[in-house]
Write a protein that binds this ligand. Structure first.
Ligand code: PHB
Length: 389
């Protein structure tokens, strides 16, 4: 796997010029545009997805089959779209892997659909991309925003909590996660007593918002924050003295194993839902954790497993002989596996992943913070929500 710019045309030209190459050597590599945030509030997430992708490729001895071209979305929708256009029109990549922000995914959806270039989503949960704006060219191996937060509404109401205050980053993922939580929480008898959306990528001081949350008198606070914002939020929630008064709940990106130890004791006792826990006791997860830890000297997070599964989906499509275009898209959407996160498959009605959702508490462990499983909701699948493939 070489991290350098190339084009399919260049590779073919080179193969023709040296004429004497074996048929296998003459075959062009599959070129992959790795479109991730390498700067900004989600930079650590982008690096972690790439790390998981690399571990899988190396373990499969497949690095020579791919040319990788990396581009930075900067977590900005117009930049993400411009970089997607560059990858497809200039670099002529066969497939784009990545995208962390739902906002970036929303901005580039029409472009990849019209260009008929496969997009393998390795994070961004934007519900529309596998709902009303689904596309045969978009397959998601990560999660959808609703898939993670819907089970939490049921669970929280079932645990006896009657009132919740909502806070989230003011962009697509914040609104979609809260909509899914609200729907299931209220359907199960809970009441939302207030909500606030904080400027995305810009909020450093959550104090004024936390004052309002406290004044709401809710039993629980339910939020969506990820990356750098999650670290600031969890620390400020605790230092504001709220943790002991109002339980804090969220999708698990709030206390991701990627940065939970940067949050420290402030994260203890927070209950969240996610599609992966590094503590899952399965042979697949053990092998993944061992391989990841051996390479990087630290354990993996959900972002790493998303990169890992994206690489495996690509490898399995290659094994089927599909390397580009509609055939590659179709092969990606047939993918299923016993992943480190549990059994996964792609729903043919939406191209979204079907997977278990784990509800867990962040607790102190021997080597820092860890995850204590509370409940597993098996094979969570979204309704088509207007998707026609
Ligand atoms: C999203 O924008 O969809 C998103 C970003 C970061 C996360 C989860 C979801 O950790």
């Amino acid at each position: 796997m070489s991290f350098r710019p190339t084009t399919r045309a260049t590779a073919l030209c080179a193969a023709i010029t040296v004429g004497a190459l074996s048929p296998l050597a003459a075959q062009a590599k599959t070129s992959v545009g790795l479109l991730l945030p390498y700067s900004g509030v989600f930079a650590a997430l982008g690096n972690e997805i790439e790390a998981g992708f690399t571990v899988a490729m190396e373990a499969a001895g497949a690095t020579d089959q791919f040319d990788i071209i990396k581009e930075d979305t900067e977590v900005k929708p117009p930049v993400g779209l411009a970089k997607a256009r560059k990858l497809v029109l200039e670099d002529e990549v066969d497939v784009i892997v990545g995208v962390v922000s739902s906002g970036v995914l929303g901005a580039m959806r029409d472009f990849v659909h019209d260009a008929e270039v496969p997009l393998l989503v390795a994070n961004a949960g934007n519900d529309h991309a596998t709902g009303e704006q689904c596309s045969p060219y978009i397959t998601r191996v990560s999660f959808s925003n609703a898939q993670i937060n819907r089970p939490m509404g049921d669970w929280l109401a079932g645990s006896g909590v009657k009132t919740a205050y909502i806070m989230a980053a003011d962009y697509a993922a914040g609104h979609q996660t809260m909509a899914a939580f609200k729907e299931s929480f209220t359907a199960a008898g809970g009441e939302i007593v207030g909500e606030e959306y904080t400027p995305f990528r810009k909020t450093k001081d959550f104090g004024p918002y936390l004052t309002k949350a406290k004044a709401s008198g809710a039993e629980a606070v339910y939020v969506f924050y990820a990356g750098g914002e999650a670290i600031s939020f969890v620390k400020q929630y605790d230092s504001f003295g709220l943790k002991d008064q109002m339980g804090l709940y969220s999708g698990g990106f709030l206390t991701s194993p990627l940065y939970v130890n940067a949050e420290g004791p402030a994260a203890e006792g927070v209950i969240t839902a996610l599609h992966y826990m590094p503590t899952l006791d399965t042979p697949e997860n053990k092998a993944f954790v061992d391989a990841y830890t051996a390479k990087y000297g630290k354990g993996p997070s959900e972002f790493a497993v998303q990169g890992y599964d994206a690489a495996h989906a690509l490898l399995s499509s290659q094994a089927d002989g599909e390397t580009r275009g509609a055939e590659l898209s179709a092969a990606l959407s047939r993918y299923s596996a016993n992943s480190p996160r549990g059994p996964i498959s792609i729903d043919p009605a939406t191209n979204n992943i079907v997977q278990n959702i784990y509800i867990y508490e962040t607790v102190a462990g021997e080597n820092g913070l860890t995850q204590r499983l509370i409940d597993t909701v098996e094979n969570v699948q979204d309704a088509p929500n207007g998707c026609v493939l």
